[in-house]
Ligand binder design. Structure first.
Ligand SMILES: CC(C)(COP(=O)(O)OP(=O)(O)OC[C@H]1O[C@@H](n2cnc3c(N)ncnc32)[C@H](O)[C@@H]1OP(=O)(O)O)[C@@H](O)C(=O)NCCC(=O)NCCS
Length: 148
């Protein structure tokens, strides 16, 4: 069972501290690597990846997602830092990412972690709806980067 976090200022509010482990994904994790909001996603606390083929000389962070009930606890920050360490471990000194223009909260997090916007680019991908139907999602993304 998940802890219930009460954010209101009353006598029932409590802080819960949990140990967190960041590990590399294994082949058996792949079915869970869908985008935020799906049933499989909700069974996993947080995921994120680094793609080394998008941009030469840089690691590109993608698919960063934290289970909704556990957002704003620092897990996104932990994942970004772990991804940056993996990029450094490869001998690279630049991290890149793209965030949808209307995702202000995620963008604020990346700015807080030292990422700077340098451009924008359209993107599109297929999304699965609750009824299993696939629809095309077209969007505009802000490109951000950080020197490591
Ligand atoms: C974007 C996302 C990955 C961030 O993950 P997160 O775990 O919520 O991020 P963090 O907790 O590290 O930091 C974000 C917030 O928590 C706050 N925070 C961080 N550590 C905290 C702590 N120990 N105690 C209280 N608040 C904390 C930050 O100030 C920030 O404030 P906000 O709630 O106003 O945004 C997550 O919101 C998410 O999965 N969103 C849906 C998918 C998505 O948009 N992915 C990004 C695609 S580019």
């Amino acid at each position: 069972m998940l802890p219930c976090v009460n954010t209101e200022d009353d006598s029932t509010a409590a802080a819960v501290t949990l140990p967190v482990n960041v590990r590399d994904l294994l082949p058996q994790d792949l079915p869970a690597c869908t985008w935020a909001g799906s049933d499989t996603h909700l069974r996993h606390v947080a995921t994120g990846g680094v793609d080394y083929q998008v941009c030469e000389g840089a690691g590109t962070l993608w698919q960063l997602a934290v289970m909704p009930a556990l957002q704003s606890c620092g897990l996104g920050t932990l994942l970004v830092r772990a991804a940056e360490q993996r990029i450094r471990d490869r001998g690279l000194r630049r991290a890149e990412l793209a965030v949808e223009e209307d995702n202000a909260r995620a963008r604020a997090l990346y700015e807080r972690l030292g990422y700077a916007a340098y451009g924008r680019e359209p993107d599109a991908w297929d999304e699965e709806g609750p009824d299993g139907s696939i629809r095309r999602h077209e969007t505009m993304c802000i490109l951000m980067c950080k020197s490591l």
